[in-house]
Design a protein around this ligand. Structure first.
Ligand code: G3P
Ligand code: CA
Length: 307
């Protein structure tokens, strides 16, 4: 009798284990995107930040993209150079006129400088002296550095600014992607690429020009997570990436987006930000495993909670 009861108990536990394992397997793994590289520890968008992100096992490394005066795509977040380089020291007379900016003071537009000039800038000293003389990378250099080791997550930054200067940023980007064959299924299997932009027109265009590459619409607006707007976004986008505050205000959007076939990614999770969570790891866990988002951008890929 005791043996029969033990066998029942064993079978029951085994069944529970199988169900639990199947459930875990059915749930795709959550993914980390190193925001501007491992930018909590190294100057954003430098090779040091990208290499560290890969050492910290980030699933993707982000590239924000700007365009130089001679039409080269480079990895930089701001439209201007002064926050992250010594441009004011090297080119004091080259500040740009009429720059739309929320920060006071003089501005040096990326697009007013050639790649040769930009290569002279120190893009690391502002962060910590030990990174002095780090250089701004081209998108091509970033591809050569990251390809085969992690996924890439390029952002088409400010396409409208470039358009106003007669430059088609999306066209330049598509050309680099095609030149490298990044859109080919065999390449995507080893180096996943996801394109992101706040610019709806840019996402619509890459949907047509690079249909094999997933693309994510970025937003910090509540209006973009309503039911009809999500259905509209799903016609040309493969994912939505609302800022974390939007998700906190509308947690139901996660299920709504998933039901429309969209992935949900959020930003930005950083250890140096004061939040109501005890740590950035706890904050990321909440968004990933309680609210159910698929991926997130973090300055601290080493703190990404995996299950
Ligand atoms: O691209 C996702 C997130 O990085 C958006 O914020 O301003 O850092 O590009 P930002
Ligand atoms: Ca970005």
């Amino acid at each position: 009798m005791t043996i029969i009861r033990s066998q029942f108990l064993f079978s029951g536990v085994l069944a529970l284990l199988i169900v639990a394992t199947a459930g875990a397997l059915a749930q795709p793994a959550r993914q980390s995107i190193a925001h501007r590289g491992a930018s909590g520890y190294a100057p954003e968008h430098t090779a040091a930040a990208y290499k560290l992100a890969m050492e910290q096992k980030a699933d993707f490394v982000e590239q924000d993209l700007g365009v130089t005066r001679d039409n080269e795509l480079i990895c930089i977040h701001d439209d201007t150079l002064e926050r992250t380089t010594n441009v004011a020291k090297l080119f004091p007379e080259r500040a740009s006129a009429n720059v739309p900016s929320q920060t006071p003071g003089r501005h040096w537009l990326v697009n007013d400088f050639t790649l040769a000039e930009i290569r002279r800038l120190d893009a690391g000293g502002w962060f910590k002296p030990e990174f002095a003389n780090a250089r701004i990378q081209t998108f091509q250099e970033a591809i050569d550095l990251v390809r085969g080791k992690a996924g890439m997550y390029p952002e088409l930054k400010s396409p409208q600014l470039y358009k106003s200067r007669g430059i088609d940023q999306v066209k330049l980007f598509v050309a680099v992607v095609r030149k490298n064959g990044l859109e080919k299924p065999e390449s995507l299997r080893t180096t996943p690429v996801i394109i992101q932009s706040f610019d709806e027109e840019a996402i619509r265009r890459v949907a047509v020009d690079l249909p094999t590459v997933p693309r994510v619409f970025l937003t910090s607006r509540d209006e973009d997570v309503t039911e009809p707007r999500i259905r509209e976004l799903a016609k040309f986008s493969t994912g939505i990436a609302p800022e974390k505050f939007v998700i906190a205000r509308h947690p139901e959007l996660v299920q709504r987006a998933h039901a429309a076939g969209l992935t949900v990614t959020s930003w930005t999770f950083r250890a140096d930000e004061k939040t109501s969570f005890p740590s950035v790891r706890d904050e990321m866990s909440h968004f990933l495993y309680t609210l159910g988002i698929d991926a997130l951008f973090t300055n601290n890929p080493d703190q990404f909670p995996r299950r």
